[in-house]
Design a protein around this ligand. Structure first.
Ligand SMILES: [Ca+2]
Ligand SMILES: [Ca+2]
Length: 496
């Protein structure tokens, strides 16, 4: 015994040393059985749930706590007997909200409040004006905004009345739209409050896997009262669902290095004790069941009927799930057919192209070559190109004939010019004719002027007679001078 105690102490020491390093910032977790319940043997033989109190229309059985049954205007709640001694926590709430109608009512609430609430209150079966946190799974759409079922967190300092008419939308801190009714498996909510951060994860109950949680919301800087009470409540209205809680599992969270050592030791011992109790209960209950069945065979039949309705319900849920799968498969099949059709069309086109190429290659005398898949020219395109070429050829011929005509015409003009030089262009680039005509015009103008001058009555002007006389005198002088000059030149020659 001494050795065992030493070994245990050593193990505890090692765990306390290793855990902070290996987990880093992850909190230490400790299961809190005094703030939890779970099947089987959730309720004891007398109907009580250990460490919990329930009231109103709530019924506890070995398998679950039916917080509110599917009857009109039911209210009920279950509250932990003791306030929690730890600061941070995580609660796994596994529940099932189911009903025959398409719409359910009213919903389920998870509570963490400074004081225990009532068992027939106005807020999902428990008290209004609470102090602390309420997380509501609201099935019924009171404000007709088509946004239910809805999950939301509402905190209260004990002064606010819950805003039922608006489905709490004016008071909620955060929320998410999730359908939690009539699921094939139980739905789950993981509510964590650690270092003033509230995180809610939700599992939609479509699978039984522990991995299928998804985030609903996360709120930072939230201050909840210390040493509060956990509770669950539910209510129905004109419409009614069964509100069953299967598991309420509380884990206390401690920042690394703050896990109380005593707590751990106690927990191990008490866990072993509880395990033994659980096994004893299981054995006893089986015996009692057998005894009961032997004594009441007619009730067994009723029981079977009851279970049969349950199994029928399960079958219906399975059928719904399978028909959804069938629809999805049919849709996939249709799409696959479409794809196959397209592929066949594409393949036939490719084979046509290949056949065309192969034919062309045979014609070219190279049948052995590998056909190359290229974008080939089509028949009508070839025809169009040939037509265009013909048009171009015709036009070119027309232009040719026109140029020939032009050539002959030019030649004939040149010949004509050679024969008639009047029409020949002067090589000197000077318009002699126009110059001559210009001189002619100038002389004509001069003549006209002279005539007018002559015709004009001008007493002071020189007359023609006088002019001629003057010319004659000048001529005589010039003649005399030339004779004189000739004589002089002759005398000079003689002198030499
Ligand atoms: Ca509502
Ligand atoms: Ca609503």
């Amino acid at each position: 015994m001494k050795m065992a105690a030493e070994v245990r102490w050593l193990l505890a020491f090692l765990v306390s040393c290793v855990v902070p390093f290996s987990r880093g910032e992850m909190p230490h977790r400790k299961f809190e059985y005094k703030y939890s319940f779970k099947p089987p043997y959730l309720a004891q033989k007398d109907g009580s749930v250990p460490f919990w109190e329930y009231g109103g229309n709530t019924i506890a059985s070995a398998e679950n706590v039916r917080v509110a049954p599917s009857l009109k205007s039911q209210k009920g709640a279950i509250w932990a007997k003791q306030p929690i001694p730890f600061e941070w926590w995580e609660v796994d709430l596994v529940f099932r909200i189911s009903g025959r109608s398409r719409i359910g009512a009213d919903g389920l609430a998870f509570w963490y409040t400074a004081a225990q609430g009532a068992y027939n209150g106005t807020v999902f079966g428990s008290s209004d004006l609470w102090t602390g946190l309420g997380i509501f799974f609201d099935s019924f759409d009171n404000d007709n905004k088509h946004n239910n079922p809805y999950i939301m967190a509402v905190t209260n300092d004990g002064t606010k009345n819950y805003d039922h008419i608006n489905d709490g939308s004016t008071q909620q801190l955060a929320g998410c739209l999730r359908d939690f009714r009539n699921k094939p498996f139980a739905t789950r909510a993981r509510i964590e409050y650690y270092k003033n951060t509230l995180t809610v994860l939700f599992h939609n109950g479509m699978t039984n896997s522990d991995q299928d949680y998804e985030a609903c919301f996360r709120i930072d800087n939230i201050k909840l009262p210390k040493n509060g009470y956990f509770g669950v409540s539910a209510a129905t209205g004109g419409l009614a669902d069964d509100h069953d809680v299967l598991h309420f599992l509380t884990v206390s969270l401690y920042p690394p290095g703050q896990l109380p050592v005593d707590g751990h030791k106690v927990s191990v011992e008490e866990q072993a004790k509880l395990q033994q109790e659980y096994l004893d209960y299981q054995k006893k209950l089986e015996e009692q069941k057998e005894e009961y069945r032997r004594e009441h065979p007619e009730i067994q039949k009723e029981d079977q009927e009851y279970y049969e309705t349950e199994s029928q319900k399960e079958l219906r849920q399975i059928f719904n799930g399978q028909s959804q799968m069938f629809d999805a498969l049919r849709e996939l099949n249709r799409k696959l057919d479409e794809i196959v059709g397209r592929q066949e069309r594409a393949l036939s086109l490719i084979s046509q192209v290949q056949a065309g190429q192969a034919g062309m290659q045979v014609v070219n005398g190279q049948p052995g070559q590998q056909p190359v898949l290229i974008d080939t020219i089509r028949r009508q395109e070839v025809d169009a190109v040939l037509n265009n070429q013909n048009i171009i050829l015709n036009t070119a011929n027309e232009i040719k004939s026109f140029v020939g005509e032009l050539h002959t015409k030019t030649e004939s003009i040149l010949n004509n010019q050679a024969r008639a030089p009047t029409a020949q262009v002067q090589p000197m680039g000077y318009d002699h004719q126009s110059f001559m005509s210009e001189i002619r015009d100038g002389l004509n103008t001069l003549k006209k002027d002279i005539k007018t001058t002559v015709d004009r009555d001008c007493p002071n002007c020189l007359t023609i007679g006088m002019f001629l006389l003057f010319i004659a005198i000048q001529m005589i002088i010039l003649l005399v001078y030339s004779i004189y000059r000739d004589n002089k030149e002759a005398q000079m020659k003689k002198l030499y």
